[in-house]
Design a protein around this ligand. Structure first.
Ligand SMILES: CCCCCCCC(=O)CC(=O)SCCNC(=O)CCNC(=O)[C@H](O)C(C)(C)COP(=O)(O)OP(=O)(O)OC[C@H]1O[C@@H](n2cnc3c(N)ncnc32)[C@H](O)[C@@H]1OP(=O)(O)O
Ligand SMILES: NC(=O)C1=CN([C@@H]2O[C@H](COP(=O)(O)OP(=O)(O)OC[C@H]3O[C@@H](n4cnc5c(N)ncnc54)[C@H](O)[C@@H]3O)[C@@H](O)[C@H]2O)C=CC1
Length: 543
């Protein structure tokens, strides 16, 4: 019996797997119709694939003509109703049996009678899916691996009903997409996940029982067993929701408790921490999907909210002590300073306390504030101010002593000391002039005017403004990004930028050359450059 010749492929589900399948199918010369829950998602995924093809052109792995022709073969569509002219539909929607049964019945109704229907399911019975269609002989599993464009395997799963011609046609199609095929009969988890999922779950049980940290488990597996990724890194890549769904199928269908999912996995999924695609799983990821080291970002919160975090001798003294401790902490790579409550970063030095101070007492207090500013400026790690409300007087000065400032849209800045018959005493006059220019600093210090976040952004006092509820998250993202960079390099950049401000340009340039050269020979310099050349993320250790 002849089976259909495949020209047009429908892909249902435009997530990480569906997008990859659409890319390799279009690259192989098939016309591809990509659908998701709506046209918008399918269109977004199509644009992402086009961007990915563009990257391959930049890297010289694909010609511009081939990329253009491939992109033209990719058509986002609104849904299953558009699959009428497809010769093959590959379903790659969320791993949920009820959903897939519904989608299979709908595809079957929309597709022409001789077209083939495959599922990329990781674990669900293909025989069960075939049984809800009127074409059970034309159904089978076509299990691609993640990331689809890079992984060479397709596991073909024969349903009980699959006709031999269906198998042969699909095998040829997979090979045309550049893949090697292995064949599995329909059993829970097929071949690859039957082996993989218990291994991933075992690694999670080890974390759950406190046997080792995720880092040690992954490093142990990578260096001891030689796979390219550790089991927990791989679970994060697959998606913890998908791993849980597969584990549940294995457990339910085989009925052996050795396949049960760890509570830790269930809890992570309940928390929405589904791995790399969601930004957090066993590890934390930035927007580019790069792993962000945790525990490297510290936060100091000025905590006296009933007085708008006004800086009295006790609070400034405590700040001085904590900063001295932070200087000795070899693990920290960035520090955030913010204020408690939702009204103030710090509304200045404590006016009640200052009102009774003698000249010498005021001098001592001012010197303590200056010492704190100098501590922040000379720490080897960047200090970022997250200004969540008023930053007035000494509060504005504390923020200015940080390397840079991000603020909430309701932040207010000012040096209103002239209203009290004094001037800034924690370094505000000079740091403000260096940050926003002498003219603006003079006006702010002479008038005592208080300015809003927009104006602070306009004059360069702050680097960015954010909705109040997003401020700390955004600043943490910036700090986390810095924490992924070479700590020695960041420290040298901070030092050169600070010291360079106060010396003539030729001297500043000399400082830069010395710092640049000093980094050569460090472990981090060797690692950073080797990682670039090896096309992998760098793992900096600060040595
Ligand atoms: C002599 C040593 C030299 C060393 C150098 C020191 C560093 C300097 O350069 C000098 C300075 O910082 S001088 C201080 C500059 N800051 C100001 O003038 C802002 C004062 N605060 C305000 O205008 C309003 O609270 C504000 C507009 C911010 C908010 O108004 P609200 O009506 O929303 O809130 P309030 O009801 O006023 O405030 C809530 C509670 O916080 C207390 N407070 C606010 N700012 C304070 C401050 N800077 N010092 C002491 N207490 C302060 C305020 O009194 C109130 O407390 P309760 O009355 O007990 O509820
Ligand atoms: N993540 C992995 O490493 C692998 C996953 N798979 C399988 O591939 C399938 C998809 O997984 P991923 O792409 O990782 O998940 P994903 O969460 O990245 O993508 C799933 C996509 O399905 C879409 N979807 C949900 N309901 C839909 C509906 N009613 N109609 C159309 N689209 C719908 C979602 O909007 C989403 O875009 C699952 O069956 C999974 O088990 C197979 C091999 C590896």
């Amino acid at each position: 019996m002849m089976t259909i010749e495949i020209r047009t492929v429908g892909v249902l589900g435009a997530g990480q797997m569906g997008s990859g399948i659409a890319q390799v199918a279009a690259t192989a010369g098939y016309t591809v119709k990509l659908a998701d829950v709506d046209l918008e998602r399918a269109t977004k995924a199509t644009s992402k694939i086009a961007a990915m093809l563009g990257k391959l052109v930049e890297k010289g792995k694909l010609t511009a003509e081939a990329a253009e022709a491939t992109a033209k073969r990719l058509i986002p569509v609104a849904g299953i109703a558009d699959f009428g002219d497809c010769d093959l539909v590959i379903e790659a929607a969320t791993e949920n049996v009820d959903l897939k049964l519904k989608l299979f019945a709908a595809c079957d109704a929309a597709m022409k009678p001789d077209a083939l229907l495959a599922s990329n399911t990781s674990s669900i019975s293909v025989t069960k899916l075939a049984a809800v269609t009127k074409r059970p002989g034309k159904v089978l599993g076509m299990h691609f691996m993640n990331p689809v464009p890079l992984m060479r395997l397709v596991e073909i799963v024969k349903a009980v009903q699959t006709e031999p011609e269906t198998y042969t046609t699909i095998k040829e199609a997979a090979e045309k997409m550049g893949k090697t095929v292995v064949t599995s009969n329909d059993a829970p988890g097929f071949l690859v996940n039957r082996i993989l999922i218990p291994m991933l779950c075992e690694a999670m049980f080890a974390v759950q029982e406190g046997v080792g940290t995720p880092e040690d488990i992954d490093t142990g597996a990578k260096l001891g067993l030689n796979p390219p990724m550790g089991p927990l890194e791989l679970a994060d890549l697959i998606g913890l929701d998908t791993v849980l769904a597969i584990a549940n199928v294995l457990y339910t269908d085989i009925g052996d408790t050795k396949y049960r999912a760890p509570t830790l996995l269930k809890n992570l999924v309940r928390a929405g921490w589904v791995g790399k695609k969601g930004g957090r799983g066993f590890y934390v990821y930035d927007e580019k999907g790069q792993k962000v080291p945790e525990g490297f970002v510290g936060t100091i919160t000025l905590n006296r909210p009933d007085k708008l975090n006004a800086l009295n001798a006790e609070l400034v003294g405590e700040l001085h002590r904590v900063l001295a401790e932070i200087r000795r902490d070899k693990d920290l790579r960035a520090l955030i300073v913010t204020g408690a409550g939702d009204k103030a970063f710090a509304a200045g030095a404590d006016i009640a306390a200052m009102s009774t101070m003698t000249g010498p007492e005021a001098k001592a207090f001012g010197e303590l504030g200056h010492a704190v500013g100098a501590q922040m400026e000379t720490l080897a790690i960047p200090v970022i101010a997250a200004v969540n409300g008023f930053a007035l007087g000494g509060g504005c000065e504390m923020a200015l002593a940080c390397d840079f400032i991000h603020a909430s849209t309701k932040a207010k800045f000012g040096q209103p000391e002239v209203n009290l018959g004094v001037i800034p005493g924690f370094g505000g006059t000079n740091r403000l002039a260096r940050r926003v220019g002498i003219g603006r600093a003079r006006e702010l210090c002479f008038t005592g005017d208080v300015i809003g976040a927009e104006e602070a952004l306009r004059i360069g006092l702050v680097n960015g403004i954010h909705a109040p509820e997003e401020l700390l998250g955004k600043v943490k993202e910036i700090a986390a990004k810095i924490a992924t960079k070479g700590p020695l390099a960041v420290a040298q950049a901070k030092r050169v930028l600070l010291r360079g401000l106060d010396v003539p340009l030729p001297t500043a340039n000399e400082l830069e050359v010395q710092a640049f050269a000093a980094l050569f020979g460090s472990e981090d310099q060797r690692e950073g450059m080797a990682a670039f050349l090896g096309k992998r993320p760098a793992n900096f250790v600060g040595r």
